[in-house]
Design a protein around this ligand. Sequence first.
Ligand code: DGY
Length: 430
Amino acid sequence: TTALREQACQVLEANWTGRFTKPAPRLYPHQWSWDAAFIALGWMHENQERAQQELRHLFRAQWKNGLVPHIVFHRRARGYFPGPGVWETHRSPDAPARIATSGIVQPPVHATAAWAMYRQARDRRATRAFLEELFPKLMAWHDYLFRERDYHSEGLVYIRHPWESGMDNAPLWDGIEQRMHLNPGDRPRYRRVDTTLVAEADRPTGAEYDRYLYLVRLFAEAGYDEARLRESCPFLVEDVLFNTLICQAEQDLAEIAAELGDDPEPFRQRARRVAEAVNRKLWDDRRALYFDYDLVLDRPIWVRMAACFTPLFAGIPDGLQAARLVSHLEASGFFNWDGSCYSVPSYDPNGLGFSPVQYWRGPVWININWLLIEGLARYGYTEHAAHLGRTVRLLVERNGFYEYYHPYTGEGHGSEQFSWTAALVLDLLA
Ligand code: DGY
């Protein structure tokens, strides 16, 4: 494990730019929002200063309305598509004038990372100053989500782009993307870079990229006006993972507030409200699983992702629901005691359109496994958690720090030297 820890540190060190940590050496040369939070969870064990800088750099690019952009562009980096020109964020009155960013969000893990950093810190005094600095920004970020993204004021926030889920080409979005029919004139013209850097078979398809870019153009043309987008966007989803993470982030923000002498109750209340809404609207009692909800068609999306089990992470299910989730996890091929597959693949291994190598259509991702390990431990499933922790360690030890892995062979796919894989391994080893 010492060797593994050293290798993990080397990955983070190699991707450190002096201002923030790149998710990967070439495929992702800028700063990404949820990557930054996971990366901070690794740095905090080795170098608090870097962990803090990671979040500081991200929040420096926060929009006036509280939005935390999913990409903060690095001025010196080249070779990424879509770059700042495609996003045209100057059309929004809220975007920062001097920092180039994208115009969408990613899952809100930041308060969770900040609170973990504080608990981990040896020098609480210095870290407290950091918490004080970040607290209002985290509040503005969460306020943005509940103010702009809670369509029916029901305690659930929506995402409006597959990239906002963090699980870009998950089979979750197939139905919506099929409904987004593009005439030849609607098809955006662009040239991808990602498929020149890693295997094309590991990445989303051209038809998917057409739709990603179509949505970006829709946002820019609407001037990023959320009231307009809420009515016109063909992609509006209440996602299980996103709402789980905002629920936990509110719980962590409550802890931060209490630590700083503020009233934690409003944050606790909001967390409870999300948890209740997730249980009311996203829980499917017959199938014993949480499902995403399509706001455009006004119906659930019955696609089984590993992410559908993550409400365990935020303490959302009650004891009985948790027990049913865990049996479901074991019975469905997601979780294997016998090593027949590296647990837990991102998508149902028996699901339609499963691929062991294609991004979010089946490969094992370490962040989802980390969330499940924490969630299982939270409910007292310590053997399950320990087993998952072991498979993750083995997977990385044998195959290196990849972006994602083939669930049967363990072979690494996507980018090598992937930062959050290294960071979360550091956290698991701690
Ligand atoms: C990418 O470029 O693949 C990212 O996931 C989009 O943010």
